[in-house]
Design a protein around this ligand. Structure first.
Ligand SMILES: [Zn+2]
Length: 1191
């Protein structure tokens, strides 16, 4: 053996030997022999100080070193009654030893875990009984406690139970001038105070007043003591009773003037932490209403506004500016929205009002109630200070609350709830499945059969027997000779309400046309332009066409494009000669768009406000731009600067115009004329929803959105027109009554703008635009009435700036690419033209909506190859795919995805043909036409979210849901439940496209319920389609999918179709409103091209699902699906993330942008968080303390 090792062993054994000696002394109560104990411990101390390894060995988990030391301490303490014992000298000897041992964080952890904190408190109590207590001992004890405290989660409780709080406080009171002793006491107090119960108890003992004595007046001596004192005071003031004490003691003006003193004198910013500490005290005091009042009365707004403005140029002072901003936002007087009532400006008389629910509440509200604000909501003063010591045990318990744990509910019922007699009437929507169909299918290839099913009451059961599909097949096979197809019976096209020309005034009356030189949307007016411009437009169009043709994934459109080029040539000649331009000719690029047809469709659309205008973008059409639209990079400090501008309204009230320029509450004349100094607003067209526009400053407008009809909230979607702008001026627009607590507008999403000048110059398109975009909680009060009874909800401002490039332009802004109900009708009408003899397309009217609009139902499949038995049989037995979209009107992206699906299905590609041959598609492309028409964000005319009505839809109030569900129930009855059900949605708070599905197993996994293995034997078919999509669709992200069944979603289409109809592959497909953070489109905002592509890829995925199986055998399909997605264990090892809410899941990039945020310890979760929250790490570097709760 070599020497070094021997030496190490020797060292180790020596320490252990000494420890053993100490242990024996403890055991034999030999501690009396102070001299001997001192010798032993001095030797141990020496070894630890000189040999790293010795220290490690003493502190290692396997060693009892720490126990031995603690035992010595404890024995000494309990032997205090022995007058012979010189315990003080022994303890004084032990403390430096402990300091050495506790020098590192990990060692403190061992000390705490062995019960060291308790022993220190015992010694403290014992020592405090000496009068006066030994100053040196107290100093040592508090210094040790200050080190231990931050590492012991139960420190506060232990201190209170041991009685240590009072020891520390009385010590402080007696030693206010003794800085040496005061500092460690304050350090310990700072830890005591983080416990809310302690904070109240300390407050009762006068500690708040004591702290104010310590922190003031301004003095640059003892800054480290001041810093600790401010930390402790800040922690104490988190208690509302303490905050009230501070207000009552008149300390708010004191804090403010102290802050101002430090602001003025700390010119080199060396004491930022003290300034920050003062602001934290103010921030906590202003959490209570009295505190905010005192702050305002002390001119706090102006003081903080001015000081912050001076701090702005120095980036290192950002924490001060941010905290000041937080305080000012909180104290900013709550304003009321400039509205007479928060109820929608339009009312729709329902056939009957439901007995309970939001609409009932809305209707039963007594007249004269101010529903815009209710001061009574401010009940925070009564809030009790509660014991929240165990908060670490409570955390994370809420996140799983919503998971369905009732195993009965997790087991799909599969039994339709309605008698078949009632459902039989829906047979008429499934002509392709019916008995004599082989005749009719060949007889009326170009016919559509309008069938109106008004309500369930109107339905009378028919006595036609419905054969089930198998019998059907047999009976067909029995016939060897087919009767020749009978003569076609022509039927009228899709039934839309007859045109009533005289009731429609088409938009943009004459004066506007002259003023803006814009053609009227009725298409009759021609527009004269210099020839050069006309040619430029042609070039532009030709270029756009070329780009479109080059698009790799647009085979279908490329073909359309070729057709278009020929037409274009013709158009060019015409333009060259006359240079007369009508509306932009988009026919080449938009095969489903036709301006004239659009106007016709508008005439048949019924809106509650009886809109008589057409918005240009919907009329001209939208040609997706070919350039990339990257996510907007957020400018540093943008939110802060916007908030400062808002605060300036209060500081400089004389600059505020407050001029109403648009007001829907003046029905006769919402557009207020002026001398041209203001912008002109309008949104009286389909899907428009601006309620009011107020010019705040010369180039700044507050915009208020209308509530969903028969509702008093759901503000988020917007679509409005602006005109009368100046070029070279930046306008700021604020949508001031948004409701969601966060938005993708904070993460790169821009608003959409459509310029009429651009459109008539050959670029008819929506483009992502706007700068300085951000979304934050504002100072407008939201009454509990307008928040579904919930108190303390706020409104949010979505702000953006725009510098317009054309004079006399008419521009439109929207939340997302608009897609109106009239647009759908136009598209469906044009789809007919894409029909070939091989395509079976039928358009039915499923029902009428409350508002009198028809809800279309499409059937798309391939015609049978022939009328042979085999082909007819194959035709009838194709699995069904059931798709729906746009139950939420604000999710216009869902309609664009649906458009992509429909165009693909009607396409001429071999893939589309195979797909049609593989399946029968049943599609309800717009489940909520009324909501779309009337500019709602979420609801139908019943004032309810239709995607929460699927369990028990009312035929009167929710006809589209009632009848769609009935179709599915009918299918279940005849054993033809669809293979796939998918409802298309849009998502405002996440990126990418993803799906929600239903899985018993994954729900059980995510919850804590125990289930027998039978529940866990679930085949994994539900994962195949999303998995395929993640492979073929660049926007699709498997990682964002979830297959958990939530309680709050039990009445959504997805869950009801899964549970009641028994469709295993029942999905919600969510498309982002913003953009992608993975795949080919990473870093880009999503456009209609990508959305339509997604719709087409959904079809491709269905085809791949079919092709991978290669068989029509259903069981085989399931087995193969399992192969595609891997074994059960693979899935188990990487389950998808569970998200709380289907439509608005808990935000993965969660940041509290609210004014009330005071969670200092929260770690910023992304790069933007620093704007609002201070980085604790950054502060720690500057801190003179090691107190930091982060374990
Ligand atoms: Zn939705």
């Amino acid at each position: 053996m070599n020497k070094p090792k021997m030496a190490t062993e020797k060292g180790n054994s020596r320490v252990l030997m000494l420890l053993g000696q100490l242990e024996r002394m403890n055991g034999e109560a030999m501690v009396r022999d102070v001299e001997m104990a001192r010798q032993v411990t001095t030797k141990i101390l020496h070894l630890i100080q000189t040999q790293e390894k010795s220290g490690k060995e003493v502190m290692s988990k396997s060693s009892s070193g720490m126990e031995v030391i603690l035992a010595s301490l404890e024995i000494n303490n309990t032997s205090v009654s022995n007058p012979m014992l010189n315990y003080i000298s022994l303890q004084l000897m032990l403390f430096p030893w402990l300091f050495c041992v506790l020098g590192r964080g990990r060692r403190v952890g061992v000390f705490v875990s062995k019960g060291g904190t308790g022993i220190l408190f015992q010694i403290l109590i014992t020592a405090s009984k000496d009068l006066p207590p030994s100053e040196e001992l107290m100093l040592q004890l508090h210094s040790l406690l200050a080190k231990v405290g931050p590492k012991d989660r139960k420190f506060g409780v232990k201190a209170r139970l041991s009685g240590a709080l009072n020891v520390t406080i009385s010590l402080m009171k007696q030693n206010l001038q003794n800085t040496k002793l005061l500092l460690p006491c304050l350090q310990v107090l700072r830890v005591y105070s983080t416990n809310s119960v302690n904070a109240i108890s300390l407050g009762k003992n006068g500690v708040v007043e004591l702290m104010f004595k310590i922190i003031g007046p301004y003095c640059k001596k003892n800054t480290s003591l001041l810093k600790v004192a401010l930390d402790a005071l800040g922690a104490l003031l988190k208690s509302k009773t303490n905050a009230r004490r501070a207000v009552d003691g008149g300390h708010v003006p004191v804090l403010l003037s102290l802050y101002l003193d430090w602001h003025r004198n700390d010119t080199r910013h060396r004491h930022m932490l003290i300034r920050k500490g003062l602001l934290v005290c103010l921030r906590n005091i202003t959490n209570i209403k009295l505190g905010r009042k005192a702050f305002i009365e002390a001119d706090g707004m102006r003081i903080l506004y001015n000081s912050s403005t001076e701090c702005l140029p120095v980036r290192t002072l950002d924490p001060l500016v941010n905290t000041s901003s937080l305080i000012m936002r909180k104290c900013f007087p709550k304003n009321r929205l400039p509205l007479p009532t928060i109820k929608s400006a339009f009312h729709y008389q329902l056939p009957h009002v439901p007995a309970v629910g939001p609409v009932a509440q809305l209707y039963s509200q007594p007249p004269g109630v101010d529903d815009v604000v209710d001061e009574s909501d401010d009940n925070e003063e009564t809030e009790a200070d509660s014991d929240t010591e165990n908060e670490e045990d409570e955390k994370d318990h809420h996140s799983n609350d919503d998971i369905e744990t009732d195993l009965n509910k997790l087991h799909p019922k599969k039994s339709p709830g309605r008698p078949f007699e009632e459902l039989r009437v829906y047979e008429r929507f499934f002509l392709e499945l019916s008995e004599d169909f082989q005749v009719s299918v060949f007889s009326s290839t170009r016919s559509t059969r309008p069938i109106v099913v008004p309500t369930a009451q109107a339905l009378s059961p028919k006595s036609i027997p419905i054969p089930n599909s198998q019998e059907d097949c047999k009976s067909i096979k029995g016939q060897h000779t087919q009767p020749p197809p009978s003569a076609p019976t022509p039927t009228p096209p899709v039934p839309l309400t007859p045109l009533e020309l005289d009731t429609i005034h088409l938009t943009k009356d004459q004066d506007k046309k002259e003023e803006a030189n814009i053609p009227t949307p009725d298409g009759h007016t021609t527009f004269t332009r210099p020839p050069s411009q006309g040619q430029r437009i042609e070039q532009e169009l030709a270029h756009a066409l070329e780009c479109a043709s080059l698009e790799e994934d647009r085979a279908l459109n490329a073909e359309e494009g070729l057709k278009g080029v020929k037409q274009e040539e013709g158009a060019e000649d015409e333009a060259g000669e006359g240079a007369v331009l009508e509306v932009p000719d988009t026919a080449l690029l938009l095969p489903l768009h036709d301006p004239d047809l659009y106007v016709e469709m508008v005439k048949g659309t019924h809106s509650v406000p009886q809109y008589a205008e057409v918005a240009y973008p919907d009329y001209f059409g939208h040609v997706a731009p070919t350039f990339r639209e990257p996510l907007l990079e957020r400018v540093y400090g943008v939110q802060r600067s916007k908030i400062f501008q808002d605060i300036e309204r209060l500081i400089h009230p004389n600059d505020i115009l407050d001029k109403v320029v648009y007001d829907l509450d003046i029905p006769s004349c919402p557009v207020i004329e002026d001398n041209g100094e203001s912008l002109k607003f309008n949104s009286q067209f389909e899907s428009g929803n601006l309620r009011k526009a107020v010019q705040v400053r010369k180039y700044e407008y507050d915009l208020v959105l209308n509530s969903d009809i028969n509702s008093n909230h759901y503000h988020q979607w917007f679509y409005f027109e602006v005109s009368g702008m100046r070029v070279g001026t930046t306008y700021r627009f604020n949508l001031i009554n948004c409701e969601k607590s966060n938005s993708q507008f904070n993460y790169g999403m821009q608003v959409l703008m459509y310029s009429v000048q651009e459109a008539i110059s050959g670029r008819p398109r929506w483009v992502r635009t706007g700068t300085d975009i951000c979304y934050y909680k504002n100072h407008f009060a939201r009454s509990s009435i307008a928040a579904g009874g919930q108190k303390g909800k706020s409104y949010y401002t979505m702000t953006f700036s725009k510098n317009f490039s054309h004079k006399d332009d008419v521009c439109y802004f929207a939340y997302h690419y608009p897609y109106t109900y009239s647009t759908l009708k136009m598209h469906l009408s044009k789809l007919e033209a894409l029909r070939t003899p091989q395509i079976y397309l039928r358009q039915d009217v499923l029902c009428e909506t409350l508002g009198g609009n028809s809800c279309p139902l499409l059937t798309i499949t391939a015609m049978p190859e022939s009328n042979s038995n085999d082909h007819i049989c194959q035709f009838r037995n194709r699995p069904l795919i059931f798709l729906s979209a746009r139950v939420h009107p604000g999710e216009t992206n869902a309609s664009w995805v649906m458009k992509g699906t429909l165009e693909f299905l009607m396409g001429t590609s071999p893939l589309a043909a195979s797909l049609r041959e593989a399946y029968i598609f049943k599609i309800v492309p717009m489940l909520n036409p009324d909501g779309v028409v009337n500019g709602n964000h979420r609801c139908s005319l019943s004032g309810e979210d239709l995607n929460r009505q699927w369990q028990n839809p009312s035929p009167e109030l929710h006809p589209t849901i009632y009848h769609t569900k009935s179709l599915l129930q009918y299918l279940a009855h005849i054993q033809r439940a669809p293979l796939v059900f998918c409802d298309y949605h849009g998502h405002s708070r996440k990126k990418n496209v993803f799906m929600y599905g239903c899985s018993v197993k994954e729900t059980v996994w995510q919850s804590s319920i125990s289930a027998t293995s039978s529940y866990l034997q679930e085949d994994l078919g539900y994962r195949a389609l999303p998995k395929i999509l993640s492979q073929i669709a660049p926007a699709f992200s498997m990682a964002s999918c979830s297959f958990v069944v939530e309680r709050s979603k039990e009445s959504t289409a997805r869950v009801v179709v899964w549970r009641e109809i028994g469709v295993q592959r029942s999905y919600t497909m969510e498309s982002t409103l913003c953009g992608c953070d993975q795949g080919k489109y990473k870093g880009l905002q999503i456009g209609t091209r990508e959305l339509e592509e997604m719709g087409a890829q959904f079809c491709m995925a269905l085809l791949r699902l079919k092709r991978l199986t290669g068989l029509r055998n259903h069981q085989h399909l399931l087995d193969l699906e399992s192969d595609i997605i891997g074994t059960q264990t693979k899935v188990a090892s990487c389950p998808t993330t569970y998200v709380m809410e289907e439509d608005e899941p808990s935000f993965l990039e969660a940041i509290d942008y609210s004014a009330e945020s005071n969670d200092e310890d929260a770690e910023p979760e992304n790069e933007h968080a620093g704007e609002v929250h201070e980085h604790p790490d950054h502060l720690d570097q500057l801190s003179d303390s090691d107190t930091n709760h982060r374990d």
